[in-house]
Design a protein around this ligand. Structure first.
Ligand code: F6P
Length: 327
């Protein structure tokens, strides 16, 4: 154990993700196991700037492992984007004698942490917490598994009504920059087509596939549209398709923020627990400006600058599989 680390802080930032609480719990309990003082920072970077720190103990994180959202709350901070804002945050951390910080969040959170570390030298370990699963340096991010399971539960319900009415449904799922939720929920729910930011399917190509389905009298269909789809959102695509197939009875559903809430799955709880534990161990082992992840089921640390810069590809095998199975 590094003798320099005596007091640490933990916060959640960016979009909340189911499993963040399980991670906070693991961070606090691992820190207390090592007899560290630990503070929770409320409201992400915004709370860091304002000095919203409170001490946490084993009891503080009792009965939260199953809860969605984040007990530390979260925020997107404009002020932290400024040098002055980051200076205020550093002053607050110094006032509480914080030797290291654990940031649970996504790309935006880590981009801020990387700049902050370079300016102020306070050790940061990032834990990937976002439903988008779009971070390099980890096979899975906290919240992704719950989000896709929430999505397929909803899509299964839509399938019942789509089937009953012979309707064509366009269902939009979250994922601003990446199609992980769309691809996995699409395969898992047996969707007819999946439109991803990575594959850039045009409306014409989609119409061609739908046409083939219509010729073999496919009566209903479900098209999953990723939020980050480059050729339009679910409403735009539905409109364009309807122009060509006027006889199609189409409907659009945007699953929206239900994907971010709810009780985390066992996979997310265990992942969050492993990563929270590894974040504290990382700080004690002298890691700085690092993200902890799980790669091939092993805990791994990746430089924060690399994690935010490198793109995690979707995987051609899954894309190919989705096309074969939906044909
Ligand atoms: O990054 C997680 C995410 O849910 C994205 O998939 C989505 O684009 C974004 O957050 C929505 O953010 P907000 O809740 O601020 O609208």
């Amino acid at each position: 154990m590094s003798k320099d680390i005596k007091t640490i802080a933990v916060f959640t930032s960016g979009g909340d993700a189911p499993g963040m609480n399980a991670c906070v719990r693991a961070v606090v309990r691992t820190a207390r196991y090592h007899k560290l003082m630990i503070y929770g920072i409320k409201n992400g970077y915004e709370g860091m700037i304002k000095g919203e720190l409170e001490p946490l103990f084993n009891e503080s994180v009792a009965n939260i492992i199953h809860r969605g959202g984040t007990i530390l709350r979260t925020a997107r901070s404009e002020e932290f984007r400024t040098k002055e804002g980051r200076k205020k945050a550093a002053d607050q951390l110094h006032a509480y004698d914080i030797d290291g910080v654990i940031a649970i969040g996504g790309n935006g959170t880590f981009t801020g942490a990387n700049i902050f570390y370079k300016e102020h030298g306070i050790p940061f370990v990032g834990v990937p917490g976002t439903i988008d699963n779009d971070l390099f340096g980890t096979d899975y991010t906290i919240g992704f598994d719950t989000a896709v399971n929430t999505a397929i539960e909803a899509i299964d319900k839509i399938r019942d009504t789509a089937d009953s009415h012979n309707r064509l449904f366009f269902i939009e799922v979250m994922g601003r920059d990446a199609g992980y939720i769309a691809l996995n929920s699409g395969i898992g729910s047996g969707a007819g087509n999946i439109l991803l930011p990575e594959t850039n399917t045009t409306v014409e190509e989609l119409i061609e596939v739908l046409d083939k389905g219509a010729k073999r009298k496919k009566l209903f269909n479900i098209v999953i549209v990723a939020e980050g789809n480059k050729n339009g959102n679910a409403f735009d695509i539905a409109k364009a398709v309807n122009k060509k197939f006027k006889h199609y009875d189409t409907r659009v559903t945007n699953l929206g923020h239900i994907q971010r809430g709810g009780s985390p799955t066992c996979h997310d709880r265990v992942l969050a627990s492993r990563l929270g534990y590894a974040a504290v161990e990382g700080l004690l082992g002298g890691k700085e400006n690092t993200m902890v992840g799980v790669v091939n089921d092993k805990l791994e640390y990746t430089d924060l600058a690399v994690a935010i810069k490198k793109h995690k590809p979707l995987g051609d095998d899954l894309i190919k599989l989705s096309r074969i199975l939906s044909s």
